[in-house]
Ligand binder design. Structure first.
Ligand SMILES: [Zn+2]
Length: 387
């Protein structure tokens, strides 16, 4: 089979699989995550992969000191410890020692409207796009990775491919943390040959060796109201000024860093000082101004700061082989599970079809041309990697 024929065969399979996954509603706490993983598992099995459906829970994650705590970020995730989780792993072993390529993606689809989580969950194919929640972030990318065997069957290669479809990426990354734990226990992360990871998040088919971080924060300052012109009641006003000054300096110092303060609460009466000042925000940090740095800036403002346990470090990966000679490398302007793999000293890149602008939108879709373009580029990089 020539490359074009392989791409068109895989393209049909990706559309078909993505169309099956969208209505399984693989959202947090939904049984659809299990059903979605079964659909992917059936597909991989039919292609001759060795697969493992990993059912795990809070007790298994607790063993891992870097476990994320989404309930500290949003009350919606209270009860997290009771929810069963499902990861899917697939192994392709060429039988000849060589490099390992880890293919990672998340099956969970972000919930935009908690009162109406299943909106746009029926797939609809129009002439140039596939509509449905998760089509861009990142079911079509996840399915694209699963077609790698179509390509490998047509070339000679050595080494291993490990496919990891995980949950909980949208709420911190426990799925990939678990996947790395599993791979380490099975001995897959020890090799004298290079091991690399590809995450097919929507990157407009660009190869990104850098990603942003995610640093949520809650700042609270309490003060006592005396009288509108009383002493000591300007404390929170100055603290707030100070915090915003520091945040503005941060924003100005780094073009890629983004400060988001989505919630401010002060007091109840315009003529009185703010009694309980509460600020909630998220800073998209960079490798240059990382989480530790920004956390220090915030705590130096003299306010009480709490960092909910789902912060994610920015990544600037080095020593990558995958895609290196074909693409210059970009910045992925969001955070994802890249840091989980990078913490295991695995060079990582984000490389997937579709654009971040489409991710997390009500009317989410993926352009069909993106999938075709992605498969073509992906296979080229795979060939180069295993050469
Ligand atoms: Zn995503």
């Amino acid at each position: 089979m020539n490359s074009d024929d392989i791409v068109s065969k895989s393209y049909s399979e990706v559309i078909n699989l993505t169309k099956q996954l969208i209505p399984s509603h693989p959202m947090y706490a939904n049984h659809g995550q299990f059903e979605g993983q079964k659909i992917l598992q059936d597909y991989l099995n039919s292609k001759g992969w060795t697969t493992y459906l990993d059912e795990y829970g809070f007790e298994d994650l607790k063993k891992n000191e870097i476990m994320k705590k989404p309930w500290e970020y949003d009350d919606y995730y209270k009860g997290y410890e009771k929810i069963k989780k499902y990861n899917l792993y697939g192994i392709l072993d060429s039988g000849i020692p060589g490099k390992t390529l880890i293919l990672n993606g998340h099956i969970d689809v972000d919930i935009i409207d908690k009162d109406n989580p299943l909106e746009n969950c029926e797939p609809y194919l129009s002439s140039d796009r596939l509509w449905g929640r998760g089509s861009t972030d990142m079911l079509s990318g996840l399915c694209s990775l699963a077609t790698i065997k179509n390509y490998l069957d047509n070339i000679s290669w050595s080494g291993k491919v490990i496919y990891t479809a995980v949950v909980d990426e949208e709420i911190g990354g426990n799925g990939s943390i678990r996947a790395c734990q599993w791979m380490r226990e099975k001995g897959f992360l020890e090799s004298e040959y290079p091991i690399e990871c590809i995450i097919s998040e929507p990157s407009d088919c660009n190869i990104c060796y850098e990603t942003l971080g995610f640093l949520p924060f809650i700042i609270s300052c309490k003060s006592q109201i005396k009288h509108m012109n009383g002493e000591g009641n300007k404390m929170n006003f100055f603290k707030l000024t100070n915090i915003f000054n520091e945040l503005a300096k941060l924003q100005i110092s780094d073009d890629e860093l983004n400060v988001n303060v989505g919630y401010i609460h002060g007091g109840n009466d315009a003529s009185l000082p703010m009694e309980d000042l509460l600020l909630k925000g998220v800073i998209a940090t960079t490798a240059e101004h990382n989480n530790d740095y920004v956390e220090k800036v915030l705590s130096d403002c003299g306010a009480d700061i709490f960092i909910p346990g789902i912060s994610i470090n920015a990544v600037k990966s080095s020593n990558n082989i995958f895609g290196k000679s074909l693409y210059k490398g970009d910045l992925f302007k969001s955070s994802c599970d890249a840091s989980v793999f990078y913490n295991h000293n695995i060079p990582v890149c984000v490389f997937g079809p579709g654009s971040l602008e489409q991710a997390h939108t009500r009317k989410e879709y993926i352009l069909l041309s993106e999938i075709e373009r992605y498969l073509t580029q992906f296979y080229k990089c795979v060939r180069e990697y295993f050469d």
